[in-house]
Design a protein around this ligand. Structure first.
Ligand code: PMP
Length: 329
């Protein structure tokens, strides 16, 4: 019989799938690492298991304890999955820009959700960082802190990187990923560069975020970009950062679903847009570009995939292009 003992055993080993129509005839091979095929639906399942394992070993997380984390949803799902299997309670703190769909997913897994305003500075008492700090000081509470936990990048160094290296038989030339905590790009990128120092690592970043030189100006794409520099981001790994506008991210997210059957979130659209832009620039049939797509589009059906929502921010239906002038049709 072929079965897994629990869902936790089927985390990782996600497939690489070629971008066909959305690669727009570019010469390089562009391969997507499809992370929504993880059991919790995102790349964050990987870090959840590793952070909890390490906290159990160090004694920071005790039997019957509570996991408290500020999360935009995906890390919460991963943590909730593991917590459920091992008898921990979960309380998640998330900013109000996170979709109601995502919050309900966390509740469905049995977690509690506290919603905080986005429009306040990180040092404000109501900021989601501070609220989670207060909650994590309760007895029995443990905060994984994905922004500073070395097990976040380590999970990618030990798993995501080796998977990509094996799957491409060492032929990868460029790795592209969006940057949130920086765990994915730092861990995966470091591993790949250790195998071959010619591998180029490219971060994709929403315009306005610090990684691409912004000051933290608001943008709409979720899960990526920051207004501070997290400890989990290793500044020595990325060779280049490609800045992507919300309009381009959303338009490409819609194309991935419609043209290549990849129903993914806005940060995936952002990363894939950067990867295809890079593919056109390189114009080299020998290049093998791997782009990591972090999560599924199912969590964004009322946002990126909703024409009225797009229109309310001045984007064209279908996520095509931002409306430039009032007279344009
Ligand atoms: N996309 C989404 C949807 C995410 O939730 C995250 C994690 N914040 C990322 C991308 C970025 O991954 P990382 O934190 O590893 O940089």
């Amino acid at each position: 019989m072929q079965y897994a003992e629990s869902l936790l055993d089927v985390i990782g080993n996600t497939p690489l799938v070629r971008l066909n129509r959305t690669a727009d005839g570019a010469a390089p091979l562009v391969l997507a690492k499809v992370e929504y095929l993880n059991p919790g639906g995102s790349v964050k399942d990987r870090i959840a298991v590793r952070m909890i394992d390490a906290a159990e070993r160090s004694g920071e997380l005790q039997p019957g304890g509570t996991i408290v984390e500020p999360t935009s949803g995906n890390t919460g799902v991963g943590l909730a999955l593991v917590a459920q299997q091992r008898g921990y309670r979960c309380v998640f703190v998330c900013p109000d820009k996170v979709s109601e769909d995502k919050r309900n997913v966390l509740r469905a897994y049995g977690a509690e959700v506290v919603v905080c305003p986005t429009a306040v500075a990180p040092e404000h008492p109501d900021s989601y960082y501070n609220v989670s700090d207060r909650l994590s000081k309760q007895p029995g509470a443990w905060k994984p802190n994905q922004y500073a936990n070395p097990n976040n990048p380590l999970s990618h160094y030990e798993q995501t990187g080796p998977e990509i290296w094996r799957q491409t038989e060492g032929r990868i030339t460029h790795f592209v990923a969006g940057v949130g905590t920086g765990g994915t790009i730092s861990g995966t990128g470091r591993y790949l560069k250790e195998q071959n120092d010619q591998v180029q690592v490219i971060g994709a970043d929403p315009a306005g975020s610090v990684y691409s030189g912004g000051s933290g100006r608001p943008y709409l794409v979720e899960g990526v970009g920051e207004d501070f520099w997290p400890e989990t981001y290793d500044r020595t790994v990325a060779d280049r950062i490609i800045e992507v506008s919300d309009a381009d991210s959303f338009a490409f997210t819609r194309r991935l679903a419609r043209e290549d059957g990849l129903l993914v979130g806005g940060s995936s659209g952002m990363a894939a847009f950067a990867a295809v832009q890079l593919a056109h620039e390189l114009d080299d049939p020998e290049a093998v570009i791997v782009v990591l797509l972090p999560d599924s589009g199912r969590g964004y059906l009322t946002k990126v995939f909703n024409d009225d929502w797009l229109a309310s921010y001045g984007f064209r239906p279908g996520g095509a292009q931002p409306q430039q002038t009032i007279g344009e049709v």
